[in-house]
Design a protein around this ligand. Structure first.
Ligand SMILES: C[S@@+](CC[C@H](N)C(=O)[O-])C[C@H]1O[C@@H](n2cnc3c(N)ncnc32)[C@H](O)[C@@H]1O
Length: 376
């Protein structure tokens, strides 16, 4: 490619990144200046021109500038989902659950009470010790708990929230439903996930379920509880200016997933892994308090990639006495006005966030993991 061509590509990359970051910055500013987020969000969703510019820019950024090589967040998600369901991931977790349950019952027999006043008492693994397995047997809503791994005559049902350009559609292992407030492709359904209504579960056979999801009507206003094997939030949560919106999204993910289903969260961060380690710990604790357990965490050069498995939710009382709040799903941009810098010659897109900057400016998101671990 000629120098002129490279320059042209670089300029276009900067322009697209500017559009995306400009929309994020504008939304955050309006949220900070307003007392009603609902109003800000409603106006945002009605601003079709801005939304279309954003989705078009995001689509081109992802397809023309980031995804020139294999190994993107999309491939990482696909490989990880397949590993979890088909290459022993889930089975190993179930074996660990069984061992833990055995260990807990042995412990219960030998020690009547041991006051463990430490952080681990807030972890969902303790659910198993505190009777969650019994609740699983008793609660009819949890009837799918033991079936999920056996139900794959069909495809893995995957709900891609904030899908934009439907990057998972072509993977034949998945029955993909892409939803977005502003789809960049006709195959993506219009849907505001924040206002999605959750219906009662469909009590039907898996193939009937798949037929149901293959014939959804646009826009999507409601979806049945406990019907997806996978939910994906790829570059979604940081779009929202308020932590409680991220919280609502994770709670809805829990509602929509089958037991043992997984929530994949991918969020940008171009710093070294340790820089925002406390933020990731906070996310982990907050999300786990909703009835998830983190199965995998990978830090790539520009991304945090997380997988949470849906387990039995803790009893409400546990959360009431704890310090769990939606603010745990914070991002640096929430309170870091110092991160705002003015970029000359970018007029309306001049408010750029340093924490987002390296990410959206990076030429490809294909780096190998810097850091990765499973839950134990
Ligand atoms: C940064 S883009 C990510 C696109 C794609 N997931 C990816 O990884 O490249 C964020 C997307 O989330 C969408 N979005 C934001 N809020 C949403 C909501 N409440 N419901 C559905 N989609 C939403 C935006 O329209 C945008 O397309």
């Amino acid at each position: 490619m000629s120098e002129g061509g490279k320059d042209g590509t670089h300029t276009e990359h900067l322009r697209l990144a500017g559009v995306v970051k400009g929309v994020h910055a504008d939304l955050r500013k309006k949220y900070k200046d307003s007392s009603s987020f609902e109003k800000v969000w409603e106006e945002h969703c009605q601003n079709k021109q801005t939304l279309c510019q954003y989705s078009d820019a995001m689509h081109h950024l992802a397809v023309d500038h980031w995804a020139k090589h294999p190994g993107t967040r999309i491939e990482w998600t696909r490989d990880t989902v397949l590993e979890y369901f088909f290459k022993g991931g889930l089975i190993k977790q179930r074996e660990k659950d069984a061992r833990r349950k055995l260990h807990c019952s042995e412990k219960d027999d030998s020690e009547a009470t041991q006051n463990e006043n430490n952080e681990s008492s807030a972890l969902p693994e303790q659910n198993v010790c505190s009777g969650a397995a019994d609740r699983t047997a008793l609660n009819p809503r949890i009837s799918s708990y033991n079936n999920i791994v056996l139900q794959f005559e069909g495809k893995i049902r995957l709900l891609d929230v904030g899908s934009c350009f439907n990057p998972f559609l072509d993977f034949e292992e998945f029955l993909t439903i892409g939803i977005d407030i502003s789809p960049a492709k006709p195959s993506v359904y219009h849907c505001d996930f924040l206002h999605l209504h959750i219906m009662e579960p469909l009590q039907v056979a898996p193939d009937t379920m798949n037929t149901y999801f293959s014939s959804l009507k646009d826009p999507i206003l409601k979806l049945p509880r406990e019907s997806f094997h996978v939910l994906v939030f790829s570059l979604l949560l940081e779009y929202f200016p308020a932590p409680y919106q991220r919280w609502i999204c994770c709670q809805k993910a829990w509602d929509l997933l089958m037991y043992d289903g997984i929530l994949v969260i991918i969020t940008p961060d171009s710093h070294q892994q340790h820089r925002n380690a406390s933020m990731m710990k906070s996310w982990k604790r907050g999300i786990q308090s909703m009835g998830f357990i983190r199965w995998r965490y990978v830090k790539q050069e520009h991304l945090h990639c997380m997988v949470f498995r849906k387990i039995v939710k803790k009893e409400k009382e546990d959360n009431l006495i704890s310090d769990i709040t939606p603010d745990m799903l914070y991002i640096p941009q929430d309170f870091n006005d110092l991160n705002m810098v003015l970029v000359p010659n970018h007029s309306s897109e001049s408010m750029l966030m340093k924490d987002e900057e390296n990410f959206f400016m990076s030429t490809s998101l294909t780096e190998l993991p810097l850091f990765s671990f499973d839950i134990d």
